[in-house]
Structure formats: structure tokens, C-alpha cells
Design a binder for this molecule. Structure first.
Ligand SMILES: Nc1ncnc2c1ncn2[C@@H]1O[C@H](COP(=O)(O)OP(=O)(O)O)[C@@H](O)[C@H]1O
Ligand SMILES: [Mg+2]
Length: 411
């Protein structure tokens, strides 16, 4: 087949559109999340209110926080500062990073971008040790209005004085109500992020960020294809969406490799065979190291075993809304995977217990609801990775497909 387009150029464009390793930086690449954005914008307008955005790894927190910046700038003239937290940061070092940004990139009225001689906000002495009042003084000196976004807040460790930080939030709400802090980090709830601080409960408004909806994931693909002037077979789009399990990371990863496969074969149309299959293998190889390690630790064995099969059944099991399942939910998928008419509990209960143990990397954890034991994958992104591994096995061994298993419905 003769290639009628610039292959290297198109590969480069694909890498700019589907970006599994990088959060979204520009509005035109950011999909969905409309109601959350509106919530955040309305909270920012409320005097004394601050925001805590929390959710699982890879769900899209940094992307959301990043696009809030240009979106908010359209509505207001308030200066916005964005900083990422580090595990070694203390209360002082974190605020110093923010203050350095304020000095280097003044965004407030009356600031003179060329004036490098401007007075420092703080004297050397104060730089060494400061508390709530010093923070308030610096923020007053830039007009008492600002939005400060602190990403990766969960990375802060014992060097960081969370009590002092919560006192700062309280004082900001009382004394500088037009300064809004937006803290962003991994967590299942607000306590995971800032600990127990009842005094700031009223001021710090919780914005949980859940997995993306399937129509939003679909839009990531179709929007990207449009930018690349490429097409994709509709059921390949369906599959990428289903395999993503709500995680845009996997949508970008699979779409990237499927499009690359097509272009490398001289096509602008992405096909199921071979492009989707190529994408599955490439996505497994290039997935996050943490997921690949966790999978092999959980399933490794010197003897013949069904650890891998039980883990596939876990990923295929019918979960509740919190992504938890009971052992009975594995009966059908496991029987189909093992090509047996039925399986007994005793043949896999021990495997579930082992998956909760340190030896197998605690890939699962137990949760109790209404006195029943339920299980869930500790890292929710793992589900997508396990499904990709199963898909690869299906392809190599002509095992039952998802359609035959009828877990996701027919492709
Ligand atoms: N709203 C979105 N639209 C398109 N892609 C997104 C969106 N949110 C996240 N992504 C993509 O998902 C992946 C993870 O996003 P990121 O913001 O880094 O997540 P988190 O900060 O929660 O770990 C990245 O590849 C990013 O490009
Ligand atoms: Mg992030």
C-alpha cells in the first residue's frame, strides 16, 4: 500500500494528542467534568471557602486543577498560583515556593513585571521561621486576593505541620476571605488528605473526583481522532472505553498505541485487527511499573496454580458502586475462564485470602459491609490492567472472549 501521508509527522501529532504520561495542560484537550468545574468556580466565588479535590490516582485531578486556572482567569482578574507539594516539604518550604512564584511572576495589580529590584516580601530573618501571621502578611501585600492551587497534597509527610496549615486555612477564611486555597491529592475522603481538623470542616469544601463516565472517555477518543483527522472502527472505540474502567490514563494509552499501529501500517483508519491487539500488548508493556509489578507479585508461583485465573475473575466480577465484590460474584466468571461447568468456593477462597496478604503485595483488601466480607482491588486502576492481561491471554489461547463471558455485553 502506498503511504500518502507524512508518517513521522503523524506519529508526533498522535503523541501530542494522546498523552498517558502527562496531565492535560490545554483546555481544548480537556474533556467533560462540567458539573465539577461549575462547582469549583462557584465555590471560588464564596468568601472564606476553600476547596479540597480528592480522588484515586490517575482519575484526572491534576488535569482538572490545571484547567481551572485558565477557566477561572476568563472570569476574574484574580492572580492564580499553582504549586506541587513534595514529600520533604515543611509548612515553611511549601509557602516559600508559593512566595517565590509570587515574586518571580507577579500577577497582581500594580505589579511591574520588569521590576526585578522590588522589595522582598519577607526579611531574611522571617524566611527562616514563620507561621500563620507571616503568610497572611505576604498575601495582604499582594492585595488580599488570590487563588492558590496545591497539587499532590497527599505527598506531604511528617515534616509538614498539618495543624499549622489548618490554622492558616481558618485564619484565611476569617481575615482574608478573598484568598482561596485549592488543595488536590490522592484520597478516598478529606481526612486522608488533611487529617481530622473539625475547625476547618466548614471552610474546606469537599470535591470528590470519581472515575470518568464512559461517554466522557469516548469523547477523549473521538475528540483526539478529529484533531488527528483519523478514524477508528466503532467497536474499537467501545472496547477502549470498556477496558479503561473509568480511568482516562488507559484511554490515552490504548488510543495512542492503536493510532500508532494504524499509521505505522500506512493507514489513517484504526482497525480491530491488528491495531487494537497491538495496542493491548503495547499498553501492557508500557503500563505503569507499579501495576506491572503488583500483577506479577500477586500471580507468581513456581507450581501450577490458578492465581492468574482467579485475578482475571476478580476483574470480571460484577462489582457494586464502591467496586467491591463478594466471593459468590466470582463463581460464574471463574467457571467460564477455567472452562468448567461450575467452581466451588474452596477452590478459590484461599487465593482471595492470599491476595490480601503481604506476600502477594496486598493486591486486594477486605471491606466489611452489613457483616458480609467483601473485597476490592487496593489500587482501582489495577482492574483495567488485569483486563488487558486477560485480553492478551484470550488472543493467544483462543479462550472465551468478553462477549462469550457476557460480562461486558457483546462487543
Ligand atoms: N478531563 C480529561 N480529559 C482528557 N484526558 C484526561 C482528563 N483528565 C485526565 N486525563 C488524562 O488522564 C491521565 C491522568 O490524569 P492526571 O490529571 O495526571 O490524573 P491524577 O492527577 O488524578 O493522577 C493523563 O493522561 C491525562 O492526560
Ligand atoms: Mg496528579
Amino acid at each position: 500500500m502506498s503511504i500518502k501521508f507524512d508518517v513521522p509527522g503523524q506519529l508526533k501529532r498522535i503523541a501530542q494528542v494522546f498523552t498517558p504520561e502527562s496531565s492535560i495542560k490545554a483546555k481544548e484537550f480537556f474533556i467533560g467534568r462540567k458539573s465539577i468545574i461549575n462547582d469549583c468556580l462557584s465555590i471560588i466565588d464564596r468568601p472564606g471557602a476553600h476547596i479540597a479535590i480528592y480522588g484515586n490516582r490517575g482519575v484526572g485531578k491534576t488535569s482538572l486543577a490545571t484547567v481551572l486556572e485558565p477557566l477561572y482567569t476568563e472570569h476574574t482578574q484574580l492572580p492564580i498560583y499553582f504549586k506541587s507539594c513534595d514529600s520533604v516539604d515543611s509548612f515553611e518550604s511549601l509557602w516559600l515556593k508559593i512566595f517565590e512564584d509570587i515574586v518571580l511572576h507577579p500577577k497582581y495589580e500594580d505589579s511591574d513585571e520588569n521590576d526585578t529590584q522590588s522589595e522582598p516580601f519577607m526579611t531574611e530573618e522571617v524566611y527562616k521561621h514563620f507561621g500563620v501571621n507571616e503568610v497572611l502578611n505576604v498575601l495582604k501585600s499582594i492585595g488580599s486576593e488570590a487563588i492558590i492551587i496545591l497539587d499532590e497534597f497527599d505527598r506531604l509527610e511528617s515534616a509538614f505541620d498539618m495543624k499549622l496549615f489548618s490554622d492558616t486555612i481558618k485564619s484565611l477564611s476569617d481575615k482574608l476571605p478573598n484568598v482561596t486555597l485549592i488543595i488536590v491529592g490522592v484520597g478516598e475522603n478529606i481526612v486522608d488528605l488533611v487529617g481530622e481538623h473539625p475547625s476547618i470542616e466548614r471552610n474546606l469544601i469537599q470535591v470528590p473526583l470519581l472515575e470518568m463516565e464512559n461517554p466522557e472517555l469516548r469523547l477523549i477518543i473521538t475528540n483526539g481522532l478529529e484533531m488527528l483527522t483519523m478514524n477508528m472502527e466503532p467497536h474499537v472505540i467501545d472496547k477502549i472505553v470498556r477496558f479503561s474502567c473509568g480511568y482516562p490514563y488507559f484511554t490515552h494509552l490504548l488510543a495512542l498505541h492503536a493510532c500508532r499501529s494504524a499509521v505505522l501500517r500506512g493507514r489513517m483508519e484504526v482497525l480491530d485487527n491488528p491495531d487494537f491487539h497491538y495496542a493491548v500488548s503495547a499498553a501492557i508493556r508500557q503500563s505503569l511499573e507499579s501495576l506491572r509489578k503488583a500483577y506479577s507479585l500477586a500471580t507468581g508461583s513456581n507450581r501450577e496454580s490458578i492465581y492468574e485465573e482467579v485475578l482475571w475473575a476478580v476483574a470480571l466480577a460484577d462489582c457494586d458502586e464502591q467496586y467491591t465484590f463478594q466471593p459468590k460474584d466470582l463463581l460464574i466468571p471463574l467457571a467460564k475462564i477455567l472452562k468448567k461447568p461450575e467452581v466451588k468456593y474452596y477452590s478459590f477462597i484461599g487465593h482471595l485470602t492470599a491476595f490480601c496478604s503481604e506476600d502477594r503485595g496486598r493486591i486486594l483488601e477486605k471491606t466489611k459491609s452489613k457483616k458480609r466480607v467483601r473485597y476490592k482491588l487496593r489500587d482501582p486502576r489495577m482492574r483495567a490492567f488485569i483486563l488487558l492481561k486477560y485480553q492478551e491471554y484470550v488472543k493467544k489461547n483462543q479462550a472465551p472472549t468478553y462477549g462469550q463471558l457476557d460480562i461486558f455485553g457483546n462487543p
